[in-house]
Design a protein around this ligand. Structure first.
Ligand SMILES: O=C(O)c1cc(=O)[nH]c(=O)n1[C@@H]1O[C@H](COP(=O)(O)O)[C@@H](O)[C@H]1O
Length: 275
């Protein structure tokens, strides 16, 4: 299997860097004229897939918005993942998992093993049980050509309390995560498969953000992040950055063509980002 980083590099070159979040908020379902039930969820998800997945490099469904409907919501998520992959988009399933190693393996089997009904191209992971607790996810991703995006400097205002804290070795928690990612991606070309999550909303951190892997940058759009912020935060490394937008993009529904136009327009705005 071609490594995720290589597939992502090709997808971004072909379709642009925008990562389209498919988050069926109850308020968005109502805005689209849908009921906040499983039928509404299915209609929302499939319309978003139709409008966005043929045009963007990456889609990112947030699992909780599907889980809130129980097993029938998860069945919709399974169908959404399949539809988006069929349309040529890479699926980054946003689950932010992290646990002791033996349970991390179960999460890896659930989301990264092609035999699983929820198999995706990549997942988001939380490193706060220690970066090494994610090893089963990293190893399983390597085996199946998948990717893992690890939380480093998140877009929410509460993140710095933990992420800016200094560890016993003198580096920050975020800096430690980035060091691990630097090591994991060291030999990859053109791009590693192990990414960092760094919000498009963060202020000056003093961290070295350059590494040979992709960056998921949520917070672009509804949370206030702009193209200027992306340039300020990432500078020359911005070529491997995936700005992620959910609500700002999805408010253009329920017309699939309007979603497509919004995604294409956003990718045009992001075109100046690389280099
Ligand atoms: O991992 C994420 O995707 C994520 C990390 C982060 O630091 N901030 C963040 O907002 N997210 C997710 O990115 C999406 C942002 O949605 P919008 O604010 O509607 O664009 C949601 O699915 C969040 O759960």
């Amino acid at each position: 299997m071609t490594p995720f980083g290589t597939r992502l590099h090709e997808a971004v070159a072909a379709r642009g860097p925008l990562c389209a979040g498919i988050d069926p908020h109850a308020a968005l379902l109502r805005e689209w004229g849908l009921d906040d039930d499983v039928a509404g969820l299915e209609r929302f998800a499939m319309t978003a897939a139709e409008g966005l997945a043929p045009h963007v490099s990456v889609v990112k469904p947030q699992s909780a918005f599907y889980e809130r409907f129980g097993s029938r919501g998860i069945a919709v998520l399974e169908r959404l993942i399949a539809a988006c992959r069929d349309a040529g988009a890479l699926v980054l399933l946003d689950v932010k998992r992290g646990d002791i190693g033996s349970t991390s393996q179960a999460y890896a089997d659930a989301y990264l093993d092609p035999a699983s009904p929820l198999a995706s191209d990549a997942i988001t992971a939380s490193p706060y049980l220690g970066f090494g607790s994610l090893d089963p996810m990293i190893d399983t991703a390597r085996k199946h050509g998948a990717g893992v995006f690890v939380l480093a400097l998140t877009s929410n205002k509460e993140g710095p309390e933990v992420q800016h804290a200094t560890t016993a070795s003198g580096t920050t928690v975020a800096g430690t995560v980035l060091d691990h990612l630097r090591r994991l991606n060291a030999d990859a070309s053109p791009l590693g498969s192990f990414g960092a999550v760094i919000g498009a909303t963060i202020g000056e951190t003093g961290e070295d953000l350059a590494f040979n892997g992709p960056v998921l940058a949520p917070g672009y759009g509804a949370q206030g992040g702009t193209v200027a912020d992306l340039k300020r935060i990432f500078g020359a490394s911005a070529g491997a950055v995936l700005p992620s937008s959910s609500r700002e993009l999805l408010r253009h529904g329920p017309d699939a063509g309007a979603l497509r136009d919004a995604a294409l327009r956003t990718n045009d705005e992001l075109a100046g980002l690389a280099g």
